[in-house]
Design a protein around this ligand. Structure first.
Ligand code: IYR
Length: 216
């Protein structure tokens, strides 16, 4: 065990920090219109390190982040994603689902998968392999979900935008990116600067009263 280094905030400092961080995160939006402006590998490295600072079951860090900037691979990913999305939008998704998505103006076309300078594909490791021996991971979905949340937060903090894209089923990513059998694709996250004229739907977030219950 080692000592935990606390920030040592006063109550006032804690309140201020909590408010400031909320205001900052409340400006984050999922963006579908990207600029092709480059983002350095150094930046992506820091974002991935931030994501990997998330808590995980028994600290197994059951994730791999595959960062793709190669145009040919991005093209392959776009083609495969659009193929799945065509099926989704033309039969696999219910009327209710399609209706729920109308406000976002989405369809099976995913140009951002080629335009965004980076695609970060988050893989979950259903188990690990050490010297050919299978090692257990715990709470894998929870862990990888938390790491993905950290990743989106880090992206926003760097002035970049992202989209949590889920062209279901995602298994084409395992093939294109040549990942081992113990890794399963979890999320496909384009990362970059927004296009100059990027638009987002006018959404309202739920009020505190709608999302919280207090037992005091
Ligand atoms: N995966 C599809 C559909 C889609 C589903 C949900 I739930 C969204 O919040 C947005 C889109 C697509 O990316 O178009």
């Amino acid at each position: 065990m080692i000592h935990y280094k606390t920030k040592g905030y006063s109550a006032e400092e804690t309140t201020k920090a909590a408010k400031t961080f909320y205001q900052e995160l409340d400006t984050r939006r999922s963006v579908r219109e990207f600029s092709d402006r480059p983002v350095s590998k150094e930046v992506i490295e820091q974002l991935i390190l931030t994501a990997s600072s998330a808590p995980s079951g028994a600290h197994k860090q059951p994730w791999t982040f595959v960062a793709v900037s190669n145009p040919e691979i991005k093209k392959q990913i776009r083609a495969a994603a659009e193929k799945e999305e065509f099926e989704n939008y033309n039969g696999r998704m219910s009327e209710e689902w399609l209706e729920d998505l109308k406000v976002f103006g989405t369809d099976d076309q995913k140009p951002f998968l080629e335009i965004a300078p980076w695609l970060i594909v988050v893989f979950k490791k259903v188990h690990d392999v050490e010297d050919g021996v299978k090692k257990k991971n715990y709470y894998v979905n929870e862990s990888v979900g938390l790491a993905s949340g950290f990743l989106l937060t880090a992206i926003h903090n760097a002035g970049l935008v992202s989209l949590t894209h889920t062209p279901s089923p995602l298994n084409f990513l395992q093939k294109i990116l040549d990942r081992p059998a113990n890794e399963r694709p979890f999320l496909l996250i384009p990362v970059g600067y927004p296009a100059d004229d990027a638009m987002v739907p006018e959404l309202k977030r739920k009020e505190l009263e709608e999302i919280s219950v207090w037992v005091e």
